[in-house]
Ligand binder design. Structure first.
Ligand code: SF4
Ligand code: SF4
Length: 100
């Protein structure tokens, strides 16, 4: 008897099934991409970072749509963060583990 082997699909990692987990990470503002001043704060060590609100998400995140409100001007670090990359998968896993 032959047993057919079927691979189960990997759970899909997409931003549309995410809750902007990466927008809870500290984000340094190291180049001028035009981030409005009101979203920037100075850290204890004197560097510019994206401000975060009490809920843990970046101040520039629209809480209703969970999308970046300053997408065209987002910091370099946000531009380089890749969906499906190691950090993305790790952040999603850590965030969703807190929701269980
Ligand atoms: S890049 Fe990754 S962690 Fe960020 S919103 Fe998309 S799926 Fe979520
Ligand atoms: S600037 Fe935009 S993409 Fe970057 S962490 Fe804030 S909301 Fe997310």
């Amino acid at each position: 008897m032959t047993i057919e082997v079927r691979l189960l699909p990997e759970p899909q990692v997409t931003c549309s099934s995410c809750e902007a987990c990466c927008c809870r990470l500290p984000v340094m503002v190291i180049t001028d991409t035009g981030v409005p001043e009101r979203y920037i704060e100075t850290s204890d060590w004197g560097g510019d970072t994206m401000a975060r609100l009490d809920d843990g998400w970046c101040a520039a995140l629209d809480r209703n749509s969970m999308r970046c409100q300053i997408y065209q001007n987002r910091p370099l670090i946000c531009r380089e963060f890749e969906m499906g990359d190691y950090e993305c998968v790790a952040e999603r896993a850590a965030y969703f583990a807190t929701c269980d």
